[in-house]
Design a protein around this ligand. Structure first.
Ligand code: PLP
Length: 287
């Protein structure tokens, strides 16, 4: 694998960063994962805008425009596609604050950020060939992460602990609810709920990541005249739903058949999901 690190293209195993990098020591950084299919990016501009918003919130000034990123990522695809023959390539992008000798909580001034990217084989997009298409069984837990979940921080400890809890019970995700008993998202996905053919998803705020797949699905459905209500969803409403879906760049739109030991709907993949995944596949390159 050829990776990009601070202006250079080099074999991934030769990429080196300082142990004083604040991304390593503090999780002081921002990342993105962008899917590409045959060289076509899913939601490139939206991923760039989200990364820019995160870097601005952290006051990290990397100076890399979306055009510069596009050049870097196109080159990573062309360098790596021989090794990734199914032509589905995921791109990981990472900007951390950089290395500072002083151990200080304040943002240090004037140090160059660490900019890293690499390409990896991505799951095939065809839903019928995917484990997700038969329905995920997921855990349900109180969201114990921080209150800035709209920032795509490299500090994923809260997320991985939630994921691991479900994983150790043989489940494929962990859905989360806040102190008021409202659903926020899952440890690495956004959530949609269907009741009496009405599709709903929690509104965007600091409690959840503004998922690009979430946005693309809402727009895909809108382009077919199907409305998604963005409104708070209680844990009770989730468990009483006809269908539950999770969205993320790697899962696309995945149906959920069991939440916290409770069967959702009839326990199989729902009719609305069939419609939604088709709408998504037709429209996922719109942005
Ligand atoms: N929520 C969390 C916490 C995530 O980590 C992710 C993606 O990894 C998502 C939602 C889905 O975001 P996207 O659709 O942009 O992949």
């Amino acid at each position: 694998t050829i990776a990009y690190l601070n202006g250079e293209y080099l074999p991934l195993e030769d990429a080196r960063i300082s142990p004083l990098d604040r991304g390593f020591l503090y999780g002081d950084g921002i990342y993105e994962v962008i899917p590409t299919y045959n060289g076509r990016f899913v939601g490139f501009n939206a991923h760039m805008a989200r990364m820019r918003a995160g870097l601005d919130a952290l006051q990290i000034r990397d100076g890399l425009t979306a055009d510069v990123w596009k050049t870097i990522l196109d080159r990573l695809i062309s360098e790596n596609k021989q090794q990734m023959p199914d032509a589905n390539i995921g791109l990981y992008l990472h900007v951390s604050r950089g290395a500072d000798i002083r151990r200080h909580h304040a943002f240090p001034e004037g140090i160059p950020p660490t900019v890293f990217a690499y390409a990896f084989p991505f799951p095939a997009p065809q839903p019928e060939t995917r484990a997700e298409a038969v329905g995920l069984q997921v855990d349900l837990a109180e969201d114990l992460r921080w209150q800035r979940c709209n920032i795509k921080s490299t500090s994923l400890l809260g997320n991985i602990m939630h994921y691991q809890q479900g994983h150790q019970r043989g489940l494929q995700e962990t859905l989360l609810y806040n102190r008021d008993g409202e659903i926020t998202e899952a440890s690495s996905s956004n959530v949609f709920v269907v009741k009496n053919k009405q599709i709903m998803t929690p509104p965007l705020d600091h409690q959840l990541l503004s998922g690009i797949t979430r946005m693309l699905l809402i727009e895909s459905l809108a382009s077919q005249g199907v409305e998604v209500l963005q409104q708070p969803i209680s844990r009770e409403a989730l468990l009483a739903a006809d269908e539950v879906w999770l969205t993320s760049s790697s899962k696309e739109v995945a149906p959920v058949t069991e939440v916290g030991g409770k069967t959702i709907g009839k326990g199989d993949v729902g009719a609305c999901w069939q419609m939604a995944i088709q709408a998504y596949h037709t429209n996922k390159f719109i942005l």
